[in-house]
Each structure stands twice: as C-alpha cells, then as structure tokens.
Design a protein around this ligand. Structure first.
Ligand code: S3P
Length: 179
C-alpha cells in the first residue's frame, strides 16, 4: 500500500453481514490515519444493551430508530471510517444522510463467503429465525440493488485482508480523482 488518499468526508462502509465491514474498516482507518467507529457498537453503548437484546426486548423498529440517530450523530462529528450494520443503508433517511455527508463504500461478497463468515458467531438476530443461507440470499436480493448506489464498490473474496484493503484504497483514490 503506497498511498493514502485524503478523504473530504467520513468513509461509510456498507454491505451484508459477514462482508468484513469492521475488519476491513479498521485496517482502512489505520491506513488513512482516521478513527474507526462501528455503528452497532455505538448503538449498544447508547442503549446499554447488546444488539440481540435490543431486537429481543425492544424489537427491530426500535433498533432501526436508534441506528438512524446514531449514524446521524456520527456523521455530524469528526471525519472517521464508519462501519455500519447490514441494514443501515436500507433506511431511506440514513441512506440520504450517508450520500450527503459521507463517502460510501460497498463491500460486496458472494453468498458462500457470507454464509461461512456469519456461521462463526451467533449474534445476528436476523439470521437466527431460519436457515441462514436462505435468509442471507433473500436479504441480498432485496439489498444489493440499493447497495449498488454506493460511491465505491469493492469486491471481497477469500483474499488475505490486506489485498481487499489495498483494493479499497485504490478504488477510493480513483473515485476521488474523478470527483
Ligand atoms: C443487521 C446487521 C447487523 C446488525 C443487526 C442488523 C442487518 O450488523 O446491525 O443485527 O440488518 O443486516 P452486521 O452487518 O455487522 O452483521
């Protein structure tokens, strides 16, 4: 990695659960010298509850309200690399705000990768209610056309993390040169 583009706005990582938003986001933040923030962690801190607890005790609409508020607050703050939950960009208000105040990067991964990566943990309420592969496939069909509105798309495969990070920095630099 020989360069680090200077970002005019916060970089917002979007993509399906298991696409690597937090892992890759942390590395991109380090390369750019920016703080890394995870919106789910911020929602948990604000609520004093974990994401599964919020879903179970307060319901998904309450989680989405919190997600909308937290992301709006974070986008008002200092420039950072912000990893968002997989459903965040599907919210019309959040999406409009990300487009206005951030630079969005979609980490695109195929179903097999998402299934494999999400099978390692059990902290995703949306994947608990049935066959995770079927749920992920259905969510992908709904979400990918919207994710495609991101400023930059990076395809992540079974590559070492640094390969994806380098691809993301390259794609960002090209985008910034064009805009
Ligand atoms: C969600 C994804 C999760 C978390 C919540 C809802 C979704 O984040 O925000 O469980 O709607 O896809 P990850 O994408 O980090 O798993």
């Amino acid at each position: 990695m020989n360069f680090s583009p200077t970002l005019p706005r916060s970089l917002v990582l979007i993509g399906m659960p298991g696409s690597g938003k937090s892992t890759i986001g942390r590395k991109i933040a380090a390369a750019l010298g920016l703080p890394f923030v995870d919106s789910d962690k911020e929602i948990e801190a604000a609520a004093g509850m974990t994401v599964p607890q919020i879903f179970a005790q307060l319901g998904e609409p309450t989680f989405r309200d919190g997600e909308r508020k937290v992301i709006a607050r974070l986008l008002e703050g200092e420039r950072c690399v912000l990893s968002t939950g997989g459903g965040a960009f599907m919210d019309e208000t959040t999406r409009a705000l990300i487009k206005q105040k951030g630079l969005s990067l979609w980490l695109k991964a195929d179903l097999a990768i998402l299934v494999e990566r999400t099978s390692r943990t059990h902290d995703r309420p949306l994947l608990q209610g049935g066959n995770p592969a079927e749920i992920l496939q259905r969510l992908m069909a709904q979400r990918e056309p919207i994710f495609a509105e991101a400023d930059v798309t990076v395809i992540t495969k079974e590559n070492p993390i640094n390969v994806t990070v380098a691809a993301a920095l390259n794609a960002l630099e090209s985008h910034l040169l064009k805009s």
